[in-house]
Design a protein around this ligand. Structure first.
Ligand code: GLV
Length: 395
């Protein structure tokens, strides 16, 4: 076992939450809070996690469960696990391995990785790094030409699907980012940066790795025609430039031609609209509580969407997942698979690739144990009969 692996092995890390204090110690406050925080009062951020308490299990005891099958088939791909790694911006700031490490760990575990547009590694390197499926999450930053360039590269590199996020007409206000000077640190002058430098200088281990990695990465997957690579921008500027509409989906679909997933559906109406646009899957998502505060928790919005979709396309959900029991509850309520973001990103920030491996392992063992405790031998057999849902949820 390497030193890094030991740092996140039991008893140091027993569950996902245990990564948080380690990550907080290793990376600057600005990067940690970008990962950890949400919009405004962080009500939706907290509710995404809390809501899982409202759903309880109905086990089938005294049942012998042999081998437990955790595999799912989504987008025509066989995955060994019912969760994929969600797109996480700025991953290369959390650890130099960033997106390549996360994709490699996902592939090793037999699952998929979704690369954010706000990524510091080239999409070709991410594709080459993983033995599993990789999807490209598209923002329209840099304009249509830049997006078409990324789509062409993703197709050539062999990405399996495009994930279009639709909940970002502007950025939600992540108050922690303002207080920490995220904008100044990323795109300010030296003078503007100075007040925010102590938090960076107090993480010499991270700083050493960051400088050795070449300092602030650019956005190598956003190449603006005639201008070149877009520099890393603060999230507010990035998202304000990337308002996607249903009209955009038409040219995106014509240009990409492959499977498209829409991320950011919370209502039956948007789910039906996505089906009309010809997408193959949607993710029920409030962007991890990072956009509009006051949105319902993803798990709470899931039943309405599942009901509207009627099995016509696949339904994923993301938001608040920190344990295997959370994943099982989402599957019981009709999700075909879930996306985990912070759950692995805390691991990445704590210990690089070893941390992502460990996060996946924790969720995998959680899942296997939970299914055994429920008396169910396969995630394919999970349904509403394994959970109690509050009366107030009934439509
Ligand atoms: C980017 O998509 C973010 O939520 O920070």
């Amino acid at each position: 076992m390497t030193k890094l692996q030991r740092s996140v092995a039991s008893p140091n890390v027993v569950c996902i939450e245990d990564f948080r204090p380690i990550a907080r110690q290793r990376i600057p406050k600005s990067v940690f809070d970008y990962l950890d925080g949400g919009a405004e009062g962080e009500i939706t951020l907290r509710e995404n996690c809390r809501i899982f308490n409202d759903v309880t299990f109905r086990p089938r005891h005294a049942v012998a469960v042999g081998k437990v099958n955790l595999g799912v088939r989504v987008l025509g791909l066989d995955l060994a696990l019912p969760f994929l790694l969600a797109p996480v911006g700025y991953s290369r700031l959390m650890h130099p391995g960033g997106e390549v490490s996360a994709a490699r760990a996902a592939g090793r575990a037999g699952t998929g990785y979704i690369l954010s547009t706000i990524s510091g590694h080239k999409l070709e390197d991410v594709r080459a790094g993983s033995t599993g499926p990789v999807f490209y999450q598209l923002y329209l930053m840099g304009g249509r030409g830049a997006a078409e360039g990324a789509i062409d590269r993703a197709r050539t590199a062999g990405f399996n699907a495009l994930v279009v996020t639709i909940d970002t007409p502007v950025s939600g206000i992540r108050e922690r980012d303002y207080r920490n000077g995220m904008k100044e640190l990323i795109s300010g002058t030296l003078l503007q940066k100075i007040p925010f430098l102590p938090q960076v200088l107090s993480r010499p281990g991270w700083l050493f790795d960051y400088l050795r990695d070449g300092g602030l990465p650019g956005l190598p997957n956003v190449i603006i025609p005639g201008k070149g690579e877009m520099p890393l921008v603060d999230i507010n500027a990035a998202l304000a430039e990337s308002t996607p509409t249903w009209a955009d989906l038409k040219w995106i679909r014509e240009h990409w031609k492959g499977p498209i997933v829409i991320k950011g559906v919370l209502t039956a109406d948007d789910a039906r609209r996505a089906i009309d646009e010809g997408v193959v899957a949607i993710s029920v998502s409030n962007h991890g509580g990072r956009q509009l505060d006051g949105l319902p928790a993803s798990l709470r919005a899931l039943p309405e969407v599942v009901e509207a979709v009627q099995g016509r396309i696949e339904v994923f959900m993301d938001g608040g997942i920190r344990r295997g029991t959370d994943i099982v509850k989402a599957l019981c309520l009709g999700a075909n698979a879930v996306l985990c973001g912070r759950a692995y990103a805390y691991g990445l920030a704590a210990a690089g690739e070893a941390g992502v491996d460990r996060a996946i392992e924790i969720l995998r063992t959680d899942l296997e144990r939970t299914l055994r405790l429920l008396g169910c031998d396969s995630v394919a057999n999970l349904d509403r009969s394994y959970v109690n849902v509050p009366k107030s949820w009934e439509a």
